[in-house]
Design a protein around this ligand. Structure first.
Ligand code: 2BA
Length: 109
């Protein structure tokens, strides 16, 4: 069994959730915040059997889009050396950032 930890953009949240539910995946959704943009995103925890791992990755990929966002004022604790006034920087966020971990054991009471 694997634990899939997927960080997706808030705007993709409903589309991803609907697609996962439709395909019968169990998941837990946690509201989270990106350390760089300081924007809200969503972290999904999914326990999946090994044979369905590829399928869940495909569902995540098909339903999360990469988007460009602009960072206008970097926070001093992120970039202490940044000048106060500088042109907005474009960053491409997502589709999704996904970690796959081996599950040692799984229990449900
Ligand atoms: P944020 O930390 O808000 O990052 C948003 C986007 O900003 C990132 O998109 C990346 O394109 C850019 N970025 C992040 N850190 C940067 C840096 N130090 N310098 C320049 N550009 C930087 P994604 O890579 O698609 O990441 C989307 C979100 O996924 C992140 O939001 C964060 O919440 C999470 N994430 C990404 N990599 C992670 C990691 N290695 N560990 C934990 N969470 C991660």
């Amino acid at each position: 069994m694997k634990l899939v930890l997927a960080i997706i953009q808030e705007r993709d949240g409903k589309r991803v959730a609907d697609a996962l539910a439709e395909d019968g995946f169990f998941y837990t959704k946690i509201a989270s915040t990106g350390g760089f943009l300081r924007d809200g995103n969503q972290t999904l925890l999914l326990g999946v059997e090994d044979e369905r791992l590829q399928e869940v990755l495909e569902v995540l990929k098909a339903n999360s889009d990469a988007r460009d966002q602009y960072v206008s004022l970097p926070s001093p604790d992120v970039m202490p050396s940044a000048p106060l006034l500088q042109a907005p920087v474009r960053v491409t966020v997502g589709g999704a950032v996904v970690f796959v971990l081996d599950v040692e054991s799984f229990h449900r009471w």
